[in-house]
Write a protein that binds this ligand. Structure first.
Ligand code: ATP
Ligand code: MG
Length: 464
């Protein structure tokens, strides 16, 4: 390996005359076989046109770790317009950061011009209260490297000679399985508070530790997330929870004091009187979702978010009932208030909040056995998700087992057999199972799955 090692983790933003550590082709494990055709075409085309062209970011990191990146980012000294001139299938996007997207069928290769450090005020960078709100300052590769978030995300694979360049000590951090924010952590989190969520997410995904300096400011700075656009937090939430490592992300967010900033009601419930049971419910739900994602099945955020807000909705409904509200009114009010509070933080699209509401409101209907109602529930478009959620609840509420068994069987019967069963069950002397879900809810004391110590779950959240 090259003897020229840079001072790792530069903390001065003007200290960008860095000497890279260059890892030649023979000394790293990146093979072009694992790089998508689209990314290779973009890299070669830029290179042939005389521009610098590097694969960068998560793809290089994941390739060095032996993984299979899902997307490929390219960094170049060509401006977005120069990039567009090279590709017919290219469009320019973004305001905060202008980028070129080169499209190959279903693959999109993101091409970014090296970002510069630039002087605030005399260029197209706008900073408001320490936060970067627009940033179109171009620079060289050294500047580009130190403007990235973590050292392990600032490695460059050079298509010119297939070497890897490391300006900030990323290779060593990869080896030590640790994440280190480049520069002064507090300043970098203030510039973009989402970096705190990225710290939790990438540490969860890679099973890495945060370095002490990188972790230290997070608790104090977590409230800065209140100023991040809810739409961006929705995108981040999907990456946190629906990329196959949701449970670990949830745990890291919780432990770093970040969960309360994006799902305040969930964090509050995890510190409330039913925290153990709620933690286990989340453990079952997230494990089920992670398993589905890993085996390539579809998942809906509505199911996960319904689980995350289940306890808050229920506690609030219970409280309103205790204060004298009618149970039906209490439920509707609780759903409305919790969803509104959540929407102020994370912009969950309406189609998902409708689905969440349906998953919740169908729960008491599993108690009903009148033929018409049973048939209607079985035909309901959200039946499957609601039933899957009932299965998860039954881990914590053993009294639901009877309902689970009944509905599991009901789905397998043809309509004639089901009608017969219902007629027998609804005969004058047959026992009726019906009641008020809010008042009837009981808690079990079983301690098995929770956010602190999850296990595997059999839960199978349904797809959209
Ligand atoms: P993933 O595997 O989830 O895609 P990633 O690191 O590739 O992880 P992206 O969101 O695809 O994440 O970002 C690509 C690269 O852009 C990162 O590796 C990092 O170098 C840089 N980057 C992304 N977000 C930020 C940020 N908020 N601040 C600084 N650099 C960032
Ligand atoms: Mg990426």
């Amino acid at each position: 390996m090259s003897p020229t090692a840079p001072s790792p983790h530069p903390s001065d933003s003007d200290d960008h005359a860095l000497v890279p550590r260059i890892i030649p082709r023979a000394e790293h494990g990146i093979s072009r076989k694992n790089i998508s055709n689209g990314a290779l075409r973009v890299l070669y085309r830029l290179h042939e046109a005389g521009y610098k062209a590097f694969l960068v970011g998560g793809a290089v990191r994941d390739l060095l770790l032996g993984g299979h990146p899902k997307d490929f980012d390219v960094a170049t000294d060509a401006t977005p317009e120069q990039t567009r001139a090279l590709f017919r299938n290219c469009r320019l996007i973004g305001r905060r950061f202008r980028l070129a997207h080169v499209v190959f069928g279903r693959e999109i290769v993101e091409v970014a011009t090296f970002r510069g450090v630039g002087e605030v005020g005399n260029c197209d960078r706008h900073v408001v209260d320490g936060r970067i709100v627009r940033d179109n300052v171009y620079g060289d590769i050294e500047e580009d490297a130190i403007r990235r978030d973590f050292t392990i995300n600032a490695l460059y694979y050079d298509i010119a000679d297939f070497s890897v360049r490391d300006y900030v000590g990323g290779i060593e951090d990869l080896r030590q399985r640790r994440m280190h924010l480049i520069g002064d952590p507090e300043q970098r989190y203030r510039e973009d508070p989402v970096r705190m969520l990225r710290a939790a997410r990438l540490a969860a995904k890679l099973d890495f530790n945060l370095s002490a300096e990188t972790e230290a400011p997070i608790r104090d700075l977590a409230p800065l997330l209140a100023d991040v656009a809810p739409a961006r937090l929705f995108d981040e939430s999907l990456k946190l929870f629906l990329a196959g490592h949701g449970l670990e992300s949830l745990r890291r967010l919780h432990n770093l004091g970040l969960l309360g900033q994006i799902f305040p009601a969930t964090a509050e419930a995890l510190a409330g009187p039913n925290c153990a049971s709620f933690g286990r419910l989340l453990g079952y739900t997230f494990t089920g979702t992670d398993d589905r994602v890993r085996s390539g099945k579809t998942v809906t955020p509505a199911f996960l978010f319904a689980a995350m807000l289940w306890e808050p909705v229920h506690s609030l409904a219970e409280r309103l009932c205790n204060e004298g509200a009618d149970p039906a009114v209490a439920s509707v009010t609780a759903v409305d208030r919790i969803l509104r509070q959540q929407a102020a933080r994370v912009a969950i699209p309406k189609r998902f909040t409708y689905a969440m509401d349906e998953i919740w409101s169908l729960q008491p209907r599993f108690e009903q056995r009148q033929k018409k109602r049973v048939m209607r529930l079985l035909a309901h478009p959200r039946f499957r998700a609601a039933y899957d959620f009932l299965l998860i609840r039954a881990h914590e509420e053993p009294e639901l087992k009877e309902q689970v068994d009944w509905w599991t069987e009901a789905q397998e019967l043809d309509s004639e057999a089901l009608s017969k069963r219902l007629a027998a069950a609804n005969a004058p002397n047959a026992p009726r199972v019906e009641g008020d879900p809010v008042r009837k809810r009981k808690r079990s004391r079983r301690k098995k799955h929770n956010v602190e110590s999850p296990d595997t779950a059999s839960a199978e959240p349904s797809s959209e």
